[in-house]
Write a protein that binds this ligand. Sequence first.
Ligand code: PMP
Length: 331
Amino acid sequence: MRNQDIANSILDLVGQTPIVKLQRITKDLPGDFYAKVEAFNPGHSAKDRIALHIVENAEKKGILTPGDTIVETTSGNTGFSLAMIALVKGYKCILAVSDKSSQNKIDVLKTMGAEVHVCPANVAADDPRSYYETAKRIHKETPNSIYINQYFNELNIEAHYHTTGPEIWKQTQGKVTHIIVASGTGGTISGTGRYLKEQNPEIQILGVDAIGSVIKKYHETRELDESEISPYKIEGLGKNLVPGATDFDVVDVYEKVSDKEAALASRELVQEEGLFCGYTSGAVIQATKQYAEKGIFNENSFVVVILPDHGIRYMDKIYSDTWMKEQGFLE
Ligand code: PMP
C-alpha cells in the first residue's frame, strides 16, 4: 500500500517503492534508465523488506513473542529497520555494528532504542572481536533471542523474491531488460534476480561489487581469493567472505567500482536528478557507466537500477567536502 489508504502502522508502508526515470545522469548512454528508490521505505532503505520478512517469519513459527530480543550484525540499515520494527512490535533490539559505520548511523540506532556494540571492521570474520562473532555470542547469552543472520539467511533472498522482484516486473509492465544491483549480503540481487529470470530468462542481472571485496572473483571462479581483500570505504557493498545469502547462479556478471568514483557518482546523482541517496547508490550509478562502456546496453535496453538507501546517513562522509578532501576524492 502507499499513501491512498490509512496505514495501520508504519510497518504497512514497507515496500511498494517508486521507480523514477533518470533524466540526465545517463543521457549519453544507449537505452532508457530507471531508478527504484528504496529510500522511500519508512526505514529509508531496502533493508526494511528483509527485516520485516524475517521477523514475521519468526513470529509465525512461534519463536518470537513480544518482550523477546532481536540480535543482528549490521552496517546500519538493517539495524535501523530492525530497531523500528522492534519499537512497533514490542521487542528488544541488540546490534553489533562495524566501526566503519558512521557515528551518525550509530547515534541514529541508539535513538531508535537499540543497544549498539561497536566492533572492529578490519579483523577476520572468525575473530572473536568481529561483529559476526559478537552477535553470535550475544545471541547465545541472551535468553529468548533470535539471530537474524542476514548474510546466511535464505529468508533474505525470499523477501526480495516476494516483493522487489514482483514490484519491478509490474511497474515496468514486463519491459525490463537489465537490472543493476549492489551486492552485500546478496539478498537483493538474488531474490529480485531470481523472480525476474523466472518471468523472462533473458533479463540480465548485473551485480555491483567493491574493489577490495571477494564477490566478483568468487562469482567467476567459485573460489574465495583472499588476495582480492583490501580495506575500502563503501559501506554495505561487497564482502571479505562468501555470503550464503547470495545465489551466484542468478547473477550474470559483476562489475567492481572504486571508493572515489562511487562517491563522486553519489554527488552527481544529487546534482543531476535531485536524488539524495547513499554511497552504494553512487556505486550502482558508477557501475552503470562502466557496464555501458563495455557495450552491455543498446537503444532498446530498459534498465532498472536499484538505489538501496537515503543520503542523509552519509552527511559526515561522501556529502562532507572535508571528508572527501581527506580521502583525496576532491581537490
Ligand atoms: N547498500 C547498502 C547501503 C546496504 O546497507 C546494503 C546491505 N549490506 C546493500 C547496499 C546491499 O544489499 P544486499 O545486502 O541485499 O546485497
